[in-house]
Design a protein around this ligand. Structure first.
Ligand SMILES: *[C@@H]1O[C@H](CO)[C@@H](O)[C@H](O)[C@H]1NC(C)=O
Ligand SMILES: *[C@@H]1O[C@H](CO)[C@@H](O)[C@H](O)[C@H]1NC(C)=O
Ligand SMILES: *[C@@H]1O[C@H](CO)[C@@H](O)[C@H](O)[C@H]1NC(C)=O
Ligand SMILES: *[C@@H]1O[C@H](CO)[C@@H](O)[C@H](O)[C@H]1NC(C)=O
Ligand SMILES: *[C@@H]1O[C@H](CO)[C@@H](O)[C@H](O)[C@H]1NC(C)=O
Length: 933
């Protein structure tokens, strides 16, 4: 059907128009019209015979002339835009009062910091820095920030909010149409679901504006729209749109031909995302042929319009007919007229090169390449794009999930910024959860993107790239630059400097309307009130470029004695009672710390600049060790049978173990030295292994061949959840295979599930089996997004929980009841479980909590743990959070760890659970080595 729909070229050659333009009747003064008609008639009669004269044409002449003159206008705000006193989005019903945020540190979005006050009124920023007392009335709401940080609202350049609403239910996923590779006439605005649970959560992360794009299953997926995330009085998708194009209400795009048009947006996609739609599975050659075919059709229509207008403007009306228009191609014609922001999903150098060629062939600029995992390798190609160098919209560390993302580097933002390319961090929500978009900027900063560029990457830069830089992404007003009045009153007041781990909005205003329940601002100056001092990664970034994105990652093994100097009496490392450094010096020999030793000649000396030693982290339940690239079957262990229902028993992960994957080595280099992985996707017997091992037979490579027995219970349709629970009961009662060890209380049973209802069934089942057998079953819940509902029951039953992903999201119905935590609720899932006395572990954030899609995120365990502590409001200490990412996981997954043999991570410049520390070495007593990283 798509192919048939596509054959637009044929339609152009004839006079067929799907939707002829509806020319608006104007209320021009009758006199002027009469004069005009007379003049036209005279002119026409001069050049054409009276037989060609047509009355309706003349009646339209002014319309046509105005339309033709407007064809060459490019988008811009009206001249008096910055003089406005009230926002077009202001809604008195939702926030009547002006707001004064007093004594704030305002990061303005322009690279400037202003200390002072911000006045919001009628949806715009009215004053900044020193607010004249005349503007403050007794109706003004005053918020004392006590010096805390204020930034513009977070702007997300790439979101599927509302078109892929949560919890995902059938019939409500409007991200992609399967009806053809080229669909420029589709509009995301037509599919916005106003009930997406993610709106409120994203607002709680400070996100105020998002560009909602169609998905990437088509070469041209359709038109995108910018929205504000706040609820509106009208409760409609239309009322959420920011500066929608004038023609949205009709088929005539530029209804008001006198005004400068507004920016439109369109989604294009290169590469292999089309593949899941087998009907439209395309090679790259097909995709680019589709682009060229579509733009050839649009260019033909454009030149017919231009020829038509050349005649009209010369008053050669004879036989002119109607203005050439085709509702299917008008959006691409507008691209060719430079009126559309082209947002293009392209991953690899080949895609980027192809698309740059396309932009030059058809002469249109590219607003941004999205994902663009290889853009940092080809900056010269980016410069060759038509018009200007596109911005690059990226993830921080989300990568290697498919071949196209294999060469991504965490240094890409740093490298591109140094090349002068505009860097944007984006969510691709729900790829990365919109609520945590700022964390992408924080990570980019950690890996070398300068602080200012990092904050701009989620505020002013995306705002400019989407053509809304005059409205959002900055905190500005007339006091500073006379012509900049009227910025939207979208600001966030933060609990800490926004580049600090765990920084949380205290309040978010959108269009001047407060979006969160009021929370007290910490009275003393907020902790961590400046950006973190991040490590230097120049050498690593250079090596990445030298190796085209695949630098060698294997650690350098130090043979003799290694001395770590300038070790701070840092947290955690004395826990084992075996570390006795002298003056901050720690001496290691054959992988063991030598008590009270001093450095001597010939030692390898590492200056850790006040860094620390801490027990290494352990990764739970990812695909580490079973895959290199999750979506490339040939690089994985493959699909193991379901131990619960397959009838073939449980297979052992150790038998398919692959060591040395890039994700494994990157995790190792971030202080995660052991992983416990179960067969994918259902479960089986997990293995605990060292991420730094060169091969499986190396001493200490396999830490424990059989850790726990893993099964998965959840909604799959057939068989039912009840059938799955019944199967588990039968296995435990019969004690068959690996389940025998579970029933006897020897083997740990790990059940991957999210629903509180399933967890409740499991607690009942455990009790029943224990009462019958007189045993004590070791049960761990993995996933557990709704476990807070049963916190005290879990504690009472002695059942531990591994929270996966570490920050739950209502992806599906089974996980809809998430406890969002501050600023929406006082506690979150982890603090609730912790307070109830449940043993808690944390697993990588990953994507949708799918184990196979979380290996890339294992490296972020140190930041995830730090975040748990920071977000708990003092309930969970750093060392408790550290245990959740290390010893608790071992305990919960049946790994019998001897603490004196555990790995120790050495960090430079700061500790492991911070943005300051750089992992420089792993001391491994078990393997008798020191790995220098
Ligand atoms: C606020 O000020 C107005 C005008 O100055 C005055 O009429 C009104 O009574 C004041 N309201 C309060 C609650 O003080
Ligand atoms: C701003 O807040 C800080 C921290 O509470 C305080 O030290 C400072 O005096 C305040 N400044 C003003 C002008 O109120
Ligand atoms: C569409 O129509 C509605 C209702 O008349 C109006 O409020 C809105 O401004 C129009 N939108 C555009 C983009 O013209
Ligand atoms: C990295 O490369 C740049 C550019 O070639 C060079 O100026 C810089 O010195 C290098 N830095 C390191 C640490 O290798
Ligand atoms: C420890 O740090 C100081 C100050 O930076 C430095 O001078 C000294 O060389 C360092 N010690 C070693 C052994 O690297």
């Amino acid at each position: 059907m798509g192919e048939k729909d596509f054959s637009g070229e044929k339609d152009f050659s004839g006079e067929k128009h799907l939707s002829p333009p509806r020319l608006k009747t104007r209320l021009a003064p009758l006199l002027a019209l009469a004069i005009c008609l007379c003049l036209l008639a005279i002119l026409s009669l001069t050049f054409i015979s009276s037989s060609q004269y047509s009355a309706p044409l003349l009646a339209n002449a002014n319309e046509i002339l105005a339309k033709c003159r407007a064809l060459h206008l490019t988008p811009a705000p009206p001249d008096d835009f910055h003089k406005r006193q009230q926002s077009d989005r202001w809604d008195e019903n939702l926030g009547g009062k002006p707001v004064l945020v007093r004594n704030a540190s305002v990061w303005t979005g322009t690279g400037r910091v202003v200390y002072g006050d911000v006045l919001l009124d009628k949806g715009i920023i009215k004053a900044l820095a020193r607010v004249p007392t005349s503007l403050i009335t007794n109706a003004t709401d005053i918020v004392d920030a006590h010096g805390a940080w204020v930034t513009p609202g977070i702007v997300d350049l790439h979101s599927h909010l509302a078109v892929e609403p949560q919890p995902a239910l059938s019939g409500a996923t409007d991200g992609n149409s399967p009806h053809g590779p080229v669909l420029p006439w589709l509009r995301a605005a037509d599919g916005l679901n106003t009930h997406d649970a993610a709106f409120r959560l994203a607002l709680a992360g400070g996100v105020t504006t998002a560009l909602v794009l169609p998905g990437s299953a088509n070469a041209i997926g359709g038109q995108a729209f910018a929205i504000k995330l706040r609820p509106t009085t009208e409760r409609s998708p239309s009322s959420m749109l920011v500066e929608p194009p004038f023609g949205l209400n009709g088929s005539d795009v530029d209804v008001d031909v006198e005004a400068r048009p507004r920016w439109r947006h369109i989604k294009h996609a290169c590469g292999s995302s089309h593949l899941p739609f087998s009907v439209y599975s395309q090679t790259r050659m097909d995709t680019f042929w589709n682009f060229r075919r579509a733009y050839t059709a649009a260019a033909a229509l454009k030149s017919r319009q231009d020829a038509y207008c050349a005649r009209a403007l010369a008053h050669r009306w004879a036989g002119l007919g109607a203005f050439p228009e085709d509702v299917r191609w008008e959006a691409l014609v507008d691209v060719l007229r430079g009126r559309v922001k082209v947002q293009t999903h392209c991953y690899e150098a080949v895609d980027i090169d192809d698309f740059v060629r396309l932009s030059n062939e058809f002469r249109f600029p590219v607003a941004a390449f999205h994902h663009a995992h290889e853009a940092y390798l080809v900056p010269r190609v980016l410069e060759r794009a038509y018009g200007h160098t596109p911005a690059i919209a990226m993830f921080a560390t989300f990568s290697r999930y498919k071949r196209e993302a294999y060469r991504h580097s965490e240094f890409a933002p740093k490298v591109l910024a140094a090349e002068g390319v505009d860097v944007v961090m984006k969510s691709d929500h729900p790829g990365i959860i919109a609520r945590y978009l700022l964390h992408e900027a924080q990570q980019a900063h950690f890996w070398g993107l300068p602080a200012d560029a990092a904050l701009k990457s989620v505020t002013s830069t995306p705002a400019q790239v989407m053509g809304l830089g005059h409205r959002v992404g900055a905190v500005r007003e007339g006091d500073v630059v006379a012509d900049e009045l009227g910025y939207h009153a979208d600001i966030v007041l933060w609990s800490a400097h926004p580049l600090q781990l765990g920084a949380t909005p205290l309040q978010v205003w959108v269009d001047g309307i407060a979006q969160l329940p009021a929370r007290p601002v910490p009275f003393s100056p907020p902790p961590a009130s400046s950006a973190p001092r991040t490590p230097n990664f120049d050498a690593e970034a250079n090596s990445t470029l030298e190796w085209e994105g695949l630098p060698p990652l294997a650690p350098r093994r130090a043979g003799g004695r290694v001395v770590f100097a300038n070790v701070s009496a840092g947290w955690g490392w004395t826990r084992r009672g075996e570390v006795t450094g002298v003056g901050g010096v720690v001496v290691v020999e054959a992988g063991r710390i030598v008590a009270a030793a001093r450095a001597r000649e010939g030692d390898v000396v590492v200056d850790v600049q006040g860094g620390s030693l801490s027990p290494a982290l352990v990764s739970a339940g990812s695909g580490l060790g079973l895959q290199e690239i999750a979506m490339e079957g040939s690089t994985t262990d493959g699909v193991a049978p379901d131990p619960l229902l397959g009838g073939r028993g449980a297979v052992r992960a150790v038998d398919g173990l692959q060591v040395g994957s890039r994700d494994a080595l990157l995790a190792y280099r971030s202080g995660v030295t052991t992983a416990v992985s179960a067969p994918l996707p259902y479960g089986g017997v997990s293995v605990a292994f060292s991420l730094g091992a060169a091969h499986k037979l190396e001493e200490g490579a396999v830490v424990q061949e059989r850790a726990a027995l893993h099964v998965r219970i959840g909604h799959v349709g057939v068989p039912s959840v009840s059938t799955q629970v019944e199967a588990l009961r039968n296995h435990l009662v019969k004690g068959d295979g690996e389940f025998g060890g579970v029933a006897k209380g020897e083997t740990t049973l790990v059940v991957e599930t999210h629903s509180a209802d399933v967890i409740a069934s499991l607690l009942s089942l455990k009790k029943a089996v224990e009462e019958k057998d007189g045993s004590k079953i070791k049960l761990t819940i993995f996933g557990a997004s709704e476990a807070h509902i049963l916190a005290s029951d879990l504690a009472e039953a002695g059942v531990g929980v591994i929270v996966a992903p570490v920050r739950p999201q209502p992806y599906s119905w089974e996980r809809r009841r998430v406890l969002p935590g501050p600023p929406l609720t006082e506690d979150d899932l982890i603090t609730t479980l912790f307070k109830a006395g449940v043993t808690v572990g944390i697993a990588p954030q990953g994507v949708e909590g799918e184990r196979a899609m979380s290996s890339w995120a294992a490296r972020n365990a140190r930041f995830d743990a730090a975040w748990v502590a920071a977000a708990s409001g003092g309930v969970i200490s750093k060392s408790d959070a550290h245990a959740m990412a290390s010893s608790n996981i071992e305990k919960l997954l049946g790994v019998e760890a001897d603490p004196t043999w555990g790995d120790i991570v050495v960090t430079q410049g700061g500790d492991l659970l911070s943005f300051e520390g750089k992992v420089v070495a792993v001391i491994s007593p078990r393997r008798g080595v020191v790995d220098l990283l």
